[in-house]
Every structure is written in structure tokens, then in C-alpha cells.
Design a protein around this ligand. Structure first.
Ligand SMILES: O=C(O)[C@@H]1CCC=N1
Length: 329
């Protein structure tokens, strides 16, 4: 049994966008049971798309969809009545409308709506104590804890009479869609070793690289490197394709050569025991063609530019944290 298959508990995805789909698709590809997954997604057309792609998947849409996804449905008749009163639509095969409360809740909504979503779910989360995994960029675990504590006396929290669920923050990236993701993870002190293992096994289904960071601020740096990173490589590839076209090559050839070069370089970097600098030097004959290109890049301040780009993403992640998580409820 692979590590990815170890945890097979009830999973609730809150938000059914690209990243949720990537994680779900990867888990199913690794043998995770479809009947254990439920997706709450406000856009009905998106639910239908997910249903057609993953036949039998339970998707929920409507005002109570998030809490139903977390709390589960005690019986098919409960679900039926919810459909009849029009407040919720449950798309599932009749046999699987009865589902248990979530053991893991994956918060996969845009950072801008995370606060409202978590505040709405707060009583259910406190009652059920699932492992909460957030993939929202920029929202700190302390903010998520504050949203989950909505309406609770500070004293009750301090005294421990009200407990908040453990939170693990993940910054995945879109190559997860093709099972080649890279993810950074941060766990709060409340998360146990078992919680960490569950979160890691879920993310490992779609990520070839899963790295834990010891301080939460490093999640902002993960965002600057691997979260936003695919776009940097796409930009580089766009520029190389364009350069080929300007030099007289047809676009399709320039694109294909660029993509395979990027893939080949990444694979070499991954498989070789040489460091990145040595790999570069091995391609670069003295006074040769690569040497000419690298000199042009260095003269244009390439490294400094990359530093600036990564730093800008890191800084934006920190600003998002202040904008979206900082305000007291
Ligand atoms: O650009 C963004 O805000 C998100 C976070 C990392 C990748 N995309």
C-alpha cells in the first residue's frame, strides 16, 4: 500500500475549483474511494462538470451546502427533504446520499471568501473537530482559528471548554493537475503527528514534492517559489517561443522545442547528483553559444530580476494575510 492510500476517511472539499479538482483527481487516481469524497461548490455548472468527470461523486450546491458537506447527511430521506424544500441540491446517486461527517475538511475557496465560509462553518467545525486543511493563499492559521472561534468567549477558549480543530496550511501549485505538484505545508502546534501524516498523504497524491516548513512565514516564501512558480516558467517559455519566432522559426516548432527543453532540464536537475550551477556549466562551452546567451542574461540582471519577482510574490502573500485575515471579527 502506498503512503497516499493510508488515509481513507471522509473528505469534504469546501470549494470545487481547479485546485480542489486537482487534489480530488489525484486522490481518486491513487485509489481513494470516491464514496468518501464530497464537494461543496456554489456554481451549479461546475458541480455538473465534476459529476460528469467523476461519475458518482457527491457534489453539493446551495446555501447550506458547506455545512452539509462537513456535517454529513444522516439519512437519504434527510437529503431528499432538503432537495424538496429547495434550499439545497444534492447531486449524488441515490445509494450514496447518506454520508458521514467529514474527518478532513479541505478549505479550497478563494482567500477573499474564506473568512465568511469559515465563520459560517464554525459551530460545525468546533462540534466535529475534523482536521482542517487550508489551501487559501495568504490566510494565516491564527486567522483561521479566529474565524473558527467566532461567537465563542475568549475565556472558554483559554479554559479549554471550547476546543478548536487542528489546522494545517498548504500551499500547493497547479501542476498538481498533472500529478506533478510541489507543495509546502505548515502545521500548528495543535496538529498531531497523525494529522500531519494524513495531510501529507493527501497532498502527496498530487505532489511529487511535499515540504514541511517550521515557521508559518515560510509559507509566504513557498508561495513565491512553488505556488506562483509555474507562472514564472510559463513566462520564460513564452519568451523563448517568441524569440524563436522572431528568429524565423515557426511557432509550433519553437513551442515544442521550448517545452521539451524545460521538461528535460527539470528532469536532469532532479535526477543528477550535480548541483544546478554545475549542470549549467556542463552545457556551457567556453566562448560557445550558451556562454553568449548566459552573458546576455547576466548583463540584463537576470538573477536580480528573479530575486525581485520571488520577493514580490512573497511580499504579496504577507500583504494578503493582513488584508484578509488581519481584521478582528
Ligand atoms: O496568484 C495567486 O494568488 C495564487 C497563489 C499561488 C498561486 N496562485
Amino acid at each position: 500500500m502506498t503512503q497516499q492510500q493510508q488515509h481513507q476517511g471522509r473528505l469534504a472539499f469546501i470549494g470545487g475549483g481547479n485546485m480542489a479538482e486537482a487534489i480530488l483527481g489525484g486522490l481518486l487516481a491513487c485509489g481513494y474511494p470516491l464514496s468518501q469524497c464530497v464537494v461543496s461548490e456554489p456554481i451549479q455548472a461546475r458541480c455538473e462538470f465534476l459529476q460528469s468527470k467523476y461519475p458518482g461523486l457527491q457534489t453539493l450546491s446551495g446555501p447550506d451546502a458547506n455545512s452539509l458537506a462537513v456535517q454529513g447527511s444522516k439519512s437519504a430521506s434527510t437529503t431528499q427533504s432538503l432537495i424538496q424544500d429547495g434550499s439545497i441540491q444534492v447531486n449524488a446517486t441515490a445509494a450514496s446520499t447518506d454520508f458521514a461527517p467529514a474527518e478532513v475538511v479541505i478549505l479550497a475557496v478563494k482567500p477573499q471568501v474564506l473568512k465568511n465560509v469559515v465563520v459560517d462553518l464554525a459551530p460545525a467545525l468546533r462540534a466535529l473537530q475534523p482536521l482542517v486543511i487550508s489551501i487559501a493563499a495568504g490566510i494565516e492559521t491564527s486567522a483561521i482559528a479566529r474565524f473558527m472561534a467566532d461567537g465563542v468567549d475568549e475565556e472558554a477558549l483559554v479554559a479549554g471548554s471550547v476546543k478548536l480543530p487542528p489546522v494545517i496550511r498548504v500551499m500547493p501549485n497547479t501542476p498538481a493537475l498533472v500529478l506533478e505538484g510541489a507543495a509546502g505545508m505548515y502545521a500548528t502546534a495543535e496538529a498531531t503527528a497523525e494529522h500531519r501524516e494524513v495531510a501529507e498523504s493527501l497532498m502527496a497524491a498530487v505532489s511529487k514534492q511535499v515540504s514541511w516548513v517550521e515557521t508559518e512565514s515560510l509559507i509566504d516564501t513557498v508561495t513565491g517559489i512553488s505556488g506562483s512558480g509555474p507562472a514564472y516558467f510559463f513566462l520564460m517559455m513564452e519568451a523563448m517561443e517568441e524569440a524563436g519566432v522572431k528568429l524565423g522559426m515557426d511557432r509550433a516548432t519553437a513551442k515544442a522545442l521550448t517545452i521539451q527543453t524545460c521538461l528535460g532540464a527539470a528532469k536532469m536537475a532532479q535526477l543528477s547528483s550535480d548541483d544546478l550551477e554545475t549542470l549549467r556549466i556542463k552545457v556551457t562551452s567556453p566562448q560557445g553559444t550558451t556562454d553568449a546567451a548566459i552573458k546576455a542574461f547576466e548583463a540584463g540582471g537576470f538573477r536580480d530580476l528573479v530575486q525581485k519577482g520571488v520577493t514580490a510574490a512573497d511580499a504579496r502573500s504577507r500583504t494578503l494575510a493582513k488584508e484578509l485575515g488581519g481584521a478582528k471579527l
